[in-house]
Design a protein around this ligand. Structure first.
Ligand code: SF4
Length: 402
């Protein structure tokens, strides 16, 4: 598995696979053909189907246009075999002669992949174990925790990086709670975070607590929908869950920053296991791979903060994902707004419930986290493509008919 720095990416929304990944691909292509006279970029499958709502074209044009004109070609009905989020970049000279082209895939969470053995964008593997069961066994043998395994595998600067992640998450919450008005796009959706926050503070203990978690998740997801700076956890669409849970626990229980960073490390490991063994791409496996995985990460983080054993942490993560199995990705108008924003708030609340449920047990349970990851992958592949970020089915279709 690769570094958790590649899971927690700091950048601007609204979509890690449809905005961050294509922007990065365009930057890479530009370094190869800085003298091109024109570019043509063909977007395939899900990237073309929901690319306009996700601002895929804007991310690419913003990057290439300062150098040369860009033509964008949309091919929503064409799915390349390797991954549904494919794009082909082509560079031309002044005589319209092809200088070179590059087909690359945005595989989720802002990561890119090439479908060949000599990939030019490979990054090093830093973890020697890829399954939760193996890592749990290591924890039990050594008496150590998941975050200590992360510390052992990552470079020394991992804590500085996680500190930056944590401060970016908190800044997104603060900005999102202050902001008012309407989100970009044709839905004219009003921001709700500040209202939730004010209303929540008027309630007593348990309602207040739940309302605040909702407000924090809404704040970050609304920032993402507005193209604000966020952290993929594990993706842009699901970026509200982790900050909401961690911020709420820090505010209400006064956990130190160092303990929050360790919780981020463990959650990063959980997300990494799914990314390595299945997928965190809504276009590949539906929203179970985005918000479902975010919930699993936050469940594990919360459980660790409350002193859960490695087995209890694994159980919390397992429940966070298991109870999102089959969840479709059907964003209305291709925007990361409906159902995405509310879904983050619900998943944050569910993560706290999964933590609590696991805390009542000794960590023993039937279905392992690794098993659920495999089931999630298979379920995702069994889902028809209209439920995988194409905006052709489910809520997206219903809305079009209204
Ligand atoms: S429905 Fe889920 S997977 Fe699809 S764009 Fe929204 S958050 Fe991402």
């Amino acid at each position: 598995m690769k570094s958790i720095k590649e899971l927690y990416r700091i950048g601007t929304g609204p979509s890690s696979s449809h905005t961050m990944g294509p922007r990065k691909a365009a930057e890479t292509f530009l370094t190869r053909y800085p003298d091109a006279a024109s570019f043509k970029v063909t977007l395939y499958g899900s990237l073309a189907a929901t690319g306009q709502g996700h601002m895929t074209d804007v991310a690419i044009i913003d990057t290439l246009q300062p150098t040369a004109p860009v033509e964008i070609v949309w091919q929503p009905k064409v799915f390349l075999p390797f991954h549904p989020n494919a794009m082909t970049f082509a560079a031309f000279n002044a005589n319209h002669k092809l200088l070179g082209n590059w087909t690359v895939y945005s595989i989720g969470g802002g990561a890119l992949a090439e479908n060949n053995e000599t990939s030019t964008i490979e990054s090093p593997e830093v973890y020697d174990m890829h399954l939760m069961t193996e890592i749990l066994g290591w924890c039990e043998q050594t008496g150590r925790s998941y975050w200590e395994y992360v510390k052992q595998c990552e470079e020394e600067d991992i804590w500085d990086y996680l500190a930056e992640v944590w401060s970016t998450m908190k800044e997104a919450i603060h900005r999102g709670l202050e902001a008012e008005g309407v989100l970009p796009g044709p839905l004219n959706l009003r921001r709700k975070a500040s209202t939730y926050y004010i209303r929540a503070t008027g309630f007593k203990q348990s309602l207040r607590s739940r309302g605040l978690v909702f407000a924090y998740a809404l704040a970050v997801s609304e920032e993402n929908a507005s193209g604000g700076k966020i952290v993929t956890a594990p993706t842009c669409g699901s970026c509200g869950v982790m900050p909401a849970v961690l911020y709420h626990l820090q505010q209400s229980r006064e956990f130190s920053d160092m303990r929050i960073l360790r919780a981020l490390a463990t959650a990063g490991l959980v997300g990494n296991i799914v990314k390595h063994n299945a997928s965190i791409s809504g276009a590949e496996v539906g929203c179970q791979g985005e918000v479902g995985v975010a919930c699993a990460m936050a469940s594990a983080a919360a459980n660790q903060l409350f002193g859960g054993s490695p087995a209890q942490i694994e159980y919390a993560a397992e429940m966070g994902l298991e109870h999102h199995l089959g969840m479709t990705c059907d964003p209305v108008c291709g925007l990361v707004q409906i159902p995405c924003i509310e879904r983050n708030a619900y998943a944050a609340a569910r993560a706290l419930d999964a933590n609590l449920y696991s805390a009542f047990t000794d960590g023993m349970h039937r279905v392992s986290f690794d098993k659920v990851v495999q089931v999630m992958k298979q379920t995702g592949h069994d889902l028809p493509s209209l439920y995988k970020e194409t905006s052709e089915g489910g809520l997206a279709k219903d809305y079009q008919q209204m």
